[in-house]
Write a protein that binds this ligand. Structure first.
Ligand code: FES
Length: 159
C-alpha cells in the first residue's frame, strides 16, 4: 500500500482545484480515485477539513456510491455483469464462482494483489450473456470454466 505522505500532495492539489465550488464533494472524490486508483483512508480527514464537514459525512457519501474504492485496486480489474440479461443466463453462479476462486467479495482485491472484483450493470453485451470485462476487454458467454481459463491466462501474461 502506498504511503499517504506520497499521495497527500495529489489530494491537496485536487482539493485546491475545487475550493469553494458548490457541490464539490463528488468531483473531489472522482478526482482522487482517478489519480490514485482509490480513496485512501487518510484522505477522508483532509477532505472533511477542507469542506468543513465531519469525517462521518464524507464516509457516508463514499460508502453510498459503490463506484468509490477505499482500498487500492489489483493489477487487473474484473467486472461481472449483474444486470437482467446476464442474470437470466446464470450470472449469479458465475459471480459466486469468481468470488470463491479469488477468495474475495465485491470491491476487494485478491491477496496476491492481482485481481479486483467489481459488479457492473450491463456492459452492452447482453446477446452474449453472461458478460464480464477484464481490464476493459469484454468477454461473453463466460462459464465458470472459461472464467478460470481467463484468470490463468491473465496471471501468465503478468509473469
Ligand atoms: S445485461 Fe449483462 S451485458 Fe447487458
Amino acid at each position: 500500500m502506498q504511503e499517504y505522505h506520497l499521495q497527500k500532495s495529489v489530494v491537496a492539489k485536487i482539493l485546491a482545484e475545487h475550493e469553494g465550488m458548490p457541490g464539490n464533494l463528488l468531483p473531489i472524490l472522482h478526482g482522487i480515485q482517478d489519480s490514485l486508483g482509490y480513496i485512501p483512508q487518510e484522505a477522508v480527514a483532509d477532505i472533511a477539513e477542507a469542506l468543513n464537514q465531519s469525517i462521518a459525512e464524507i464516509h457516508g457519501v463514499i460508502s453510498f456510491y459503490h463506484y468509490f474504492r477505499q482500498t487500492p485496486p489489483g493489477k487487473n480489474t474484473i467486472r461481472i455483469c449483474r444486470a437482467e440479461s446476464c442474470q437470466a443466463m446464470n450470472s449469479q453462479a458465475l459471480q459466486e464462482h469468481a468470488k470463491k476462486q479469488l477468495d474475495i467479495d465485491w470491491h476487494q482485491t485478491s491477496s496476491d494483489g492481482e485481481f479486483s472484483l467489481e459488479p457492473v450493470y450491463c456492459l452492452g453485451n447482453c446477446a452474449c450473456s453472461p458478460a464480464i470485462t477484464i481490464n476493459n476487454e469484454v468477454y461473453g458467454r463466460v462459464t465458470p470454466e472459461r472464467f478460470d481459463e481467463l484468470i490463468a491466462s491473465q496471471r501468465g501474461a503478468a509473469e
